[in-house]
Design a protein around this ligand. Structure first.
Ligand SMILES: Nc1ncnc2c1ncn2[C@@H]1O[C@H](COS(=O)(=O)NC(=O)[C@@H](N)CO)[C@@H](O)[C@H]1O
Length: 423
């Protein structure tokens, strides 16, 4: 959500953001509503002033004047009461539209329609050349008895997964490695739930718009978040943080749930796109200072790259274009790891800077050195997400005999194993 004053004074920039981000919103309707509401509030204030002035006259009035003055006071009170529903309706309509106003993209963001227009910034690491015919991750899992797709499909339907034996240990190892690594980089570890109240999804910006992605709990006012970004973003909702407590930087591990509505037919096989997964999420709340926030953007991006480097995975960094970054982002980079069986890079991390757009919806404020209360800035990036990361991990590190080499950084989390599986 943007500041209404900012929208009034920068309607052109906001309209452009609406267009380049392909948001369906009538800015003129919002501005008209805003003007009507201002006029209505001015009318109410004028009537309140008149009623107060009128009330002051009563004690000094003559008996004849008194009843007329009291009647006038009653009429004014009636008129004010009659205006309340209109005031409330206007407020709600305006907030409904304000929640849909997109953030202004950073000047460096490429204009584009969808991920096809994202811009590759750089590649790191070299995709492996195999001296044998490599297997894809589904075949590798099956060959090692590390999966049981038929049985788990009977239990959980499509887009489910089950990892057995050393593959289960591998999933826990990469999650623990990431949590440990990020803690070492100064982020406070959190282990949090995915069960959240609906308002937290409005606060994070997933609503309005992402309702069809989110599982709802029947009979409870609770939903299942698709990322720990949602609960962590609302941890301090409504609070006035002391400036010196910022920046707050977390590495939050949680389950994540997504209906993947709209992804029918995409990645239906294997571990890339499942309904329930696990993620270590980097989340930062910092002062409303773009230079500091962009430093944090660089830091959480570098953290994710360092994790991929430690896992010895080739990857590339792309900058998301305006049509692929979502309403709330100022700046967004995806990191994509090399998947040999697809001979392409696939997204494993997504790094975003949202300015104060998320904090304003969340009511996340702090008192700066000048004593002024202002909305914080927020950023987030994936630390690691399983089981998706196991796809490049298993495929890139597979060996001719069907076993999988364990990168040195992971070995301490796998009881010192240097190889997984049996030939
Ligand atoms: N349905 C899914 N199945 C498996 N992994 C997924 C799924 N959806 C997303 N992920 C993983 O979670 C990562 C982050 O998801 S994201 O929507 O792109 N971004 C976020 O959730 C942000 N909060 C940053 O983590 C993705 O890059 C991907 O690695």
């Amino acid at each position: 959500m943007l500041d209404l004053k900012f929208i009034r004074e920068n309607a052109g920039a906001v309209q452009r953001a609406i267009e380049v981000k392909r948001v369906s919103l009538d800015l003129n309707e919002l501005l008209r509503l805003d003007r009507d509401l201002v006029a209505l509030k001015q009318r109410v204030e004028a009537m309140q002033t008149e009623r107060n002035a009128n009330a002051k006259l009563v004690p000094r009035a003559t008996p004849e004047e008194r009843s007329a003055l009291i009647q006038k006071g009653k009429d004014l009170a009636e008129e004010l009461k009659a205006l309340e529903p209109a005031l409330r309706a206007h407020d709600e309509q305006l907030r409904h539209l304000l929640l849909r106003v997109p953030n202004i993209p950073h000047a460096t963001v490429p204009i584009g329609a969808d991920d096809g227009d994202n811009v590759e910034l750089r590649r790191e690491g070299t995709p492996p050349e195999f001296a044998f015919t490599p297997l894809d991750h589904v075949e590798l899992l099956e060959r090692q008895g590390w999966s049981d797709p038929e049985r788990v499909a009977r239990v959980s339907g499509s887009r489910s997964y089950l990892l057995k034996g050393e593959a289960a240990l591998l999933e826990m190892a990469v999650l623990m490695f990431a949590l440990d690594f990020l803690n070492g980089r100064g982020l406070t570890p959190l282990s949090t739930t995915a069960l959240v109240r609906p308002e937290t999804l409005m606060a994070s910006g997933h609503f309005p718009g992402g309702e069809d992605q989110v599982y709802k709990i029947e009979g409870d006012d609770l939903m299942l978040a698709g990322t720990a970004e949602v609960p962590v973003n609302s941890l301090y909702a409504g609070e006035q943080l002391a400036g010196e407590t910022l920046p707050l930087a977390f590495a939050a591990i949680s389950a994540a749930f997504r209906s993947e509505a709209g992804s029918a037919g995409r990645d239906v096989r294997g571990l890339i796109r499942v309904h329930e997964f696990r993620k270590v999420e980097q989340y930062v709340i910092c002062r409303a200072d773009e230079a500091e926030a962009l430093k944090w953007f660089g830091a959480i991006l570098a953290n994710a790259e360092a994790i991929l480097a430690a896992l010895e995975l080739p990857y590339r960094v792309v900058q998301n274009c305006t049509g692929d970054m979502g309403a709330g982002k100022v700046l967004m980079y995806d990191i994509e790891a090399w998947v040999p069986s697809e001979a392409q890079y696939r997204e494993t991390h997504s790094c975003s800077y949202l300015g104060d757009w998320q904090a304003r919806r969340t009511g996340l404020r702090y008192r700066g050195e000048d004593g002024k209360l202002q909305f914080a800035h927020t950023l987030n990036n994936t630390g690691i997400a399983t089981p998706r990361i196991l796809v490049p991990l298993l495929e890139n590190h597979q060996q001719a005999d069907g076993t999988v080499r364990v990168p040195a950084a992971l070995q301490p989390y796998l009881g010192g194993r240097a190889v997984l599986g049996r030939p």
